[in-house]
Design a protein around this ligand. Structure first.
Ligand code: GCW
Length: 710
């Protein structure tokens, strides 16, 4: 009987462990330590703060330590040996131990983690509660990841971007535009009364990677978000996020004064409109004193904006900025605009925004997508980053995989983000990378920020694909410091999320690091872009022609394949989009022989028999690139199959299934694109390219059903 009971207990325990590991804990799920890296096995946590200001940080620390060391450490108030000591920097003890100048430089979010020999303890300090909290999360992360010796433990971390923000494209009806992880986490119909536990978890995991702001609703904004009823709901969320240092922002519809306020129009010239915004902003700050500000998509894809009234983006942004300024709020005005009548969509954001440089208020940032078109698997950086010198620009990255296989494909976006952030704009001579021009270290701007379009939903694992969590994670880490090595970040994420086994970590990280290039190769190699179905943005439809659709939504507009060759001529003999870059990039991109091959068909229409650097013809190279993409997915499948001993059952199986989908679809992309382009090149596939398994006419007939993918 006794044995039976024990067996039952063991089974229940086993079951509850199994049930826990489903990805819902994100990067808090792997609870073992890096074996070589016991920074200190603390006996206690010491909190020097009688006023309880760092209670949250100490609770997170205790919780984290007890989870990792599987003990139950307690809090003390007097520093004793072998403890982790938390203190705000105002504490006089700290001022004796650390140079006050160093403390000043930390600003509001920076922190220090230092081994204090005489106390045989690790000190975590900063100027604010949030800074101490960031320090706690960094320390916990270090226990599982980096290998440091406690004797030279002296970490000083100051974030580069001031605003590190997620943009949710979540609608008030609970749907998520371009969301592939279930419905919105914001349950508007239950708010403000009911607070979902997810809000709290969301706050914590975001704080753990340094994110300090969130825009709750879609940029295609419903004016209702500014109604008093919804502001109460927003306030309820803000209360949960506040202790973790996360400010709430809203996307606003420019026509709100008319649609919601009943005014005759929403013109920036209308005094009543100015008054309406002032009143609305006051109402918001009365409720939410630390409200962050507005994000605006105006005069883009049918959204209203100042140009409806003969005004400019600057007039529109300044109207809102003036209302927010007294409270310290900001405007993030998006530069994602394009005009169906233009001859090259890639030129248009620059054409509308560059002439306005210098006309925006101090509390306005222009939020610019990384590339000039739209979150493609690969684009050169948007030329606005090198051009607008007196306006604060804020990069917008996409975390949700709108054009990269949704949450079905394993694509680590760290390498995409890094390629973009480290691109040299030459705005200020050599070395003016996108990161440096936007983080404020060149121009010393008072504001700086970076936004990521969230990939979060109600799915158990938050992001649809377990590996998509890594994209949320890497966005946060790079927003803190865009110069961090993304391979190291992949390693960190894997150790905290999946396994501590060194060999397994190496194999997984290798696959992650190659995954984005693989996706570029099986979808859009050599600078191709926008080959997917025009509305769902999922599978390949390079042939897509839709009557009545905007030409600049259709793949044929972008690839321009014909019997002579393929690619969009943006050189000086074409749309001349190259002129929007700074020297020496203009001539480098303009000249087909100096243009980097990864951007070749972005900037040039190139003959099928053009000789590439490899000596192959363009056609053969293109075919082999598609094949390489498929081969790489196969390699990732082989790698994952060896991971079973290291990964819990559920996540192992779920990733296994997703990779099988990815492989099938990589082949689908390769076959569809190559069979279709072959009708122009009229050449056979070179040796090394697998025989297609699909037929072009069947692929063309197939109707893609987006519903299966949400
Ligand atoms: O990438 C496109 C998307 C739209 C999106 C738009 C934008 C929110 O297809 O769904 O709308 O960009 O960024 O505004």
């Amino acid at each position: 009987m006794k044995n039976f009971q024990l067996l039952l207990i063991a089974l229940i325990f086993q079951f509850s462990l199994q049930a826990q590991i489903d990805g819902s804990d994100l990067w808090f799920s792997e609870s073992s330590l890096n074996s070589q890296n016991y920074l200190l096995k603390p006996k206690s946590v010491v909190v020097s703060d009688a006023e309880g200001r760092i209670t949250l940080a100490s609770n997170e620390l205790l919780h984290g330590l007890n989870r990792l060391f599987k003990t139950s450490i307690k809090t003390k108030h007097k520093v004793s040996k072998e403890s982790v000591w938390l203190s705000l920097s105002v504490n006089s003890d700290i001022r004796e131990l650390i140079d006050p100048k160093e403390l000043d430089e930390l600003g509001s979010d920076g922190f220090i983690i230092k081994y204090i020999d005489e106390k045989k303890s690790v000190l975590i300090t900063g100027n604010t509660e949030i800074a101490v909290l960031y320090g706690v999360f960094h320390y916990l992360r270090s226990l599982q990841t980096i290998q440091v010796n406690k004797d030279d433990l002296n970490i000083i971390e100051i974030p580069k971007y001031k605003i590190r923000i997620l943009n949710h494209w979540d609608n008030l009806d609970g749907s998520v535009e371009r969301g592939y992880a279930g419905r919105s986490i914001w349950r508007w119909n239950e708010l403000p009364e009911k607070i979902s536990p997810r809000y709290h978890e969301y706050a914590k995991v975001n704080a753990s990677i340094g994110i300090n702001g969130t825009v709750l609703n879609n940029v295609n904004a419903n004016p209702q978000i500014l109604s008093t009823e919804y502001l109460q709901k927003v306030n309820a969320i803000a209360k949960v996020l506040r202790p973790y240092g996360i400010k709430v922002y809203l996307s606003v519809n420019f026509a709100s004064p008319a649609v919601l306020g009943g005014l005759e129009n929403a013109s920036p010239k209308n005094e009543q409109v100015k008054e309406w915004w002032k009143e609305k902003v006051k109402e918001i700050y009365d409720l939410i004193p630390d409200f962050g500000g507005f994000l605006v998509k105006a005069n883009s894809e049918g959204q209203p904006g100042p140009m409806d009234y003969g005004c400019t983006h600057a007039d529109g942004a300044n109207l809102l900025a003036d209302a927010l300024q007294p409270y310290g709020g900001i405007v993030m005005w998006r530069a994602f605009v394009y005009n169906p009548k233009g001859n090259d969509r890639a030129r248009q954001a620059y054409e509308e925004f560059y002439p306005l440089d210098g006309q925006f208020r101090q509390n306005v940032m222009i939020q610019v997508k990384n590339g000039p078109v739209d979150f493609q698997p690969r684009e050169p950086f948007s030329p606005l980053f090198g051009a607008m010198k007196t306006t604060q620009l804020m990069p917008e990255l996409q975390i949700t995989q709108e054009y990269l296989g949704f949450s079905d494909h394993l694509v680590y976006l760290g390498t995409l983000y890094q390629e973009f952030l480290q691109s040299d704009t030459y705005a200020d001579g050599e070395g003016a990378t996108v990161a440096r021009v936007t983080e404020g270290s060149i121009s010393n701007d008072h504001l700086s920020g970076i936004a990521g379009v969230a990939n979060i939903g109600l799915d158990n694992n938050w992001c649809g694909h377990h590996f998509a969590q890594a994209n949320w994670y890497v966005f946060g880490r790079l927003a803190w410091n865009p110069d961090l090595d993304v391979e190291m970040i992949a390693d960190e994420w894997t150790r905290q999320t999946l396994t501590q086994d060194d060999k397994a970590v190496d194999a997984i990280v290798k696959v992650m690091m190659n995954s984005r290039e693989a996706t570029v190769n099986y979808m859009t190699p050599l600078g191709l872009h926008h080959l997917m179905g025009w509305d769902h943005h999922y599978g390949p439809e390079p042939w897509c022609e839709i009557e009545g659709a905007r030409p600049d939504w259709l793949p044929t507009y972008y690839h321009k394949a014909d019997s002579l060759g393929i690619g969009f001529n943006r050189s000086s003999s074409g749309s001349n989009a190259v002129e929007q870059y700074q020297a020496p990039l203009i001539s480098m991109f303009d000249n087909v022989s100096t243009c980097p091959e990864k951007y070749l068909l972005w900037f040039h229409h190139v003959p099928w028999n053009y000789q590439m650097k490899s000596g192959l013809t363009l056609w053969n190279q293109l075919c082999l690139k598609y094949q390489q993409g498929v081969d790489e997915v196969r390699r990732s499948q082989e790698m994952w199959n060896t991971m079973e001993p290291f990964i819990d059952e559920k996540r192992f199986a779920e990733v296994e299934q997703k990779i099988a989908i990815q492989l099938k679809e990589a082949i689908w992309w390769k076959d569809a694109c190559l069979l279709y382009f072959q009708t122009f090149s009229n050449q056979p596939f070179p040796k090394g390219v697998e025989k297609p398994i699909y037929k072009l006419d069947e692929l063309k007939k197939q109707k893609f059903n987006l519903k299966h993918h949400n």
